[in-house]
Design a binder for this molecule. Structure first.
Ligand SMILES: [Zn+2]
Length: 220
């Protein structure tokens, strides 16, 4: 069961990667982690519309997979003359819901998860990239801190081992996101400051500046 969820994570990352390739952005590698996956890019064009499409492509893959499994479950239900084993329907159900949750969870605006990047790209159409990153990272850090707090309350209060385990995982994941948000904001700040100095001599900065980006994170 676990391998099939990781297969969906890989497909999610491939969604980002293929969309990035369409824009000529190279993909260095796709990493699988216990908490999810990451696609590492050579650079992401600092153009909100492209970043938006590259980021949306990941969760979109999960929704397409969920749709396919929903269709399969519907078909199997309609052709109910064949009484297929409960294990198969459990498996299909798990993948349907797993992908729905994966898609939706990654859309929560917690920077630097997909949702947070989408939020930043939307903000960046109205303000500077640095300000947009600041707001997206701040909102992300607040949500992540609340999630860590809630997860810790569950760990302390619950008596069920599995609930305790899941809450600890969530606490670890959101702590990781909190740190990543701060790190990425600092990286962006340093880079933008350096870029703005360079931009005072326009001839040295032809075309759209391309920025090396930290990896796109997918949580499961
Ligand atoms: Zn993603």
């Amino acid at each position: 069961m676990l391998w099939s969820f990781f297969a969906c994570v890989v497909l999610h990352e491939l969604g980002h990667s293929l969309m990035a390739r369409r824009f000529g952005v190279g993909v260095r590698r796709i990493l699988l982690l216990p908490i999810g996956g990451m696609a590492e890019f050579e650079s992401i064009p600092r153009e909100p519309r492209r970043e938006l499409l590259i980021t949306l492509a990941g969760p979109a893959v999960n929704f397409v997979i969920a749709g396919v499994f929903w269709g399969l479950i519907y078909l199997l239900g309609a052709l109910s003359t064949w009484n297929y084993p409960a294990a198969i329907s459990d498996f299909l159900d798990a993948l349907l819901w797993g992908n729905l949750v994966m898609g939706l969870f990654n859309l929560v605006p917690v920077f630097p998860m997909d949702g947070g990047r989408i939020f930043r790209a939307l903000l960046a159409t109205r303000m500077s990239y640095l300000r947009a990153t600041f707001f997206a990272a701040t909102v992300g850090k607040i949500i992540a801190a609340l999630a860590v707090g809630m997860a810790i309350v569950v760990v302390v209060a619950t008596e069920e081992k599995e609930e305790m385990f899941q809450a600890s995982l969530l606490a670890a994941l959101f702590t990781f996101i909190l740190v990543m948000a701060e790190l990425e904001f600092r990286t962006t700040k340093t880079r933008e400051t350096a870029d703005s100095r360079r931009l005072t001599i326009p001839k040295l900065a032809p075309g759209t500046p391309s920025t090396p980006e930290p990896p796109l994170l997918t949580a499961i």
